[in-house]
Design a binder for this molecule. Structure first.
Ligand code: SF4
Length: 334
């Protein structure tokens, strides 16, 4: 059992002020579907929990305006069930539905989901000191490099860490060019969702670009016709309740059969939600045939750096992209 103190502020401003007074041992908590797990595993040791779930007016879902806007405490299940999201932005709904079981989707929030920790087994299960882990204990080494690395990243890894970014939802948001709104001691700011995530480099323990005391307050997705031709395609060892071996979020705009715009983001293969710019370039101005879709998929992995057991992810990832493109291109044809 770990000792910690607990408060339940009534406004976002109060939550931020509470964090500032509590110091660096403080953590915000909402659905708790990641942090409580890691506390039980002896990986996380917050001194003070600031439970933001009692804050009113922070769980709204607005799909009626120029943007989709999801406040941070909106539940994953509620956003997936929104009629506009489900009808016009299948990439978002599918990412949420494939991310977790119904029970977890009913607890987990769309803001908290962006801050999931890696599932690297050496990170989660090595708190007894058996396995070195630079993310858990900076400077201690990395048991995954040269170890059992089947699930590790082949894009964006460093000599310090190869841990995969575990999320599905941030991958879909990256494909839809979403932004997040943040509140902190210095006020509020907005940043593209992709800018939330750091590459591991030499400091894999620093995963996010949030400053101490900053909390995500909302996610904003620009409305786009690309939503109508979008999908989230996720390949995993089990068909449910499993993390991605490879996933692709794609959103297309076409003129007839010719691709005019494409956004592709990847999960399960990289150290952060990964934009596949090279794959997008293959598609622009082309008719989307199965061969072109697969060529785009292969282009996404030109810079892949596999380890001992995860080389299969390059071909699996390429085919995941290819299949996702063909699925998306068949949607909402008139
Ligand atoms: Fe830790 Fe990263 Fe190595 Fe996993 S890959 S053991 S998280 S340093």
């Amino acid at each position: 059992m770990q000792p910690f103190s607990y408060t339940s502020p009534r406004s976002a401003q109060e939550a931020v002020a509470t964090f500032a007074n509590a110091g660096r041992g403080a953590r915000f908590i909402a659905g708790g579907t990641t942090l409580y797990d890691l506390m039980k595993l002896d990986v996380e040791h917050p001194g003070h929990l600031i439970d933001i779930t009692a804050i009113e007016g922070l769980n709204g879902i607005d799909s009626s305006g120029e943007h989709l806007r999801f406040e941070t405490l909106a539940l994953m299940s509620a956003v997936a069930a929104d009629s506009v999201v489900a009808r016009d932005y299948p990439v978002l709904a599918e990412a949420l539905l494939k991310a977790a079981s119904q029970q977890i989707r009913n607890m987990a929030t769309v803001g908290g989901n962006l801050l999931q920790k890696t599932r690297c087994m050496y990170f989660r299960n090595g708190a007894n000191g058996v396995y070195p882990c630079n993310k858990r204990q900076p400077g201690s080494g990395c048991a995954a490099i040269g170890g059992l690395d089947r699930g590790q990243a082949i894009l964006g890894a460093s000599g310090s860490c190869t841990a995969v970014s575990p999320g599905d939802w941030p991958v879909a948001l990256l494909a839809m060019d979403a932004s997040i709104e943040v509140l902190g001691p210095q006020g509020s700011r907005t940043l593209p969702v992709g800018d939330l995530y750091r590459l591991p480099g030499n400091t894999p323990h620093l995963e996010f670009t949030l400053e101490p005391g900053e909390m995500i307050t909302a996610i904003v997705v620009p409305k786009s016709p690309a939503g109508l031709r979008s999908t989230y395609h996720k390949i995993r060892d089990r068909e449910s309740y499993a993390f991605a071996l490879a996933s692709a979020a794609v959103a297309l705009e076409t003129d007839g059969d010719v691709v005019t715009k494409a956004r592709i983001a990847l999960g399960g293969v990289a150290t952060r939600p990964w934009r596949a710019l090279d794959a997008e370039q293959v598609l622009i101005g082309k008719r989307l045939t199965p061969d072109i879709a697969l060529a785009a998929g292969h282009a996404a992995f030109n810079d892949a750096r596999p380890g001992r057991h995860n080389g299969f992810k390059a071909e699996l990832g390429a085919r995941t992209i290819g299949d996702a493109l063909l699925i998306a291109s068949e949607r909402n044809r008139t």
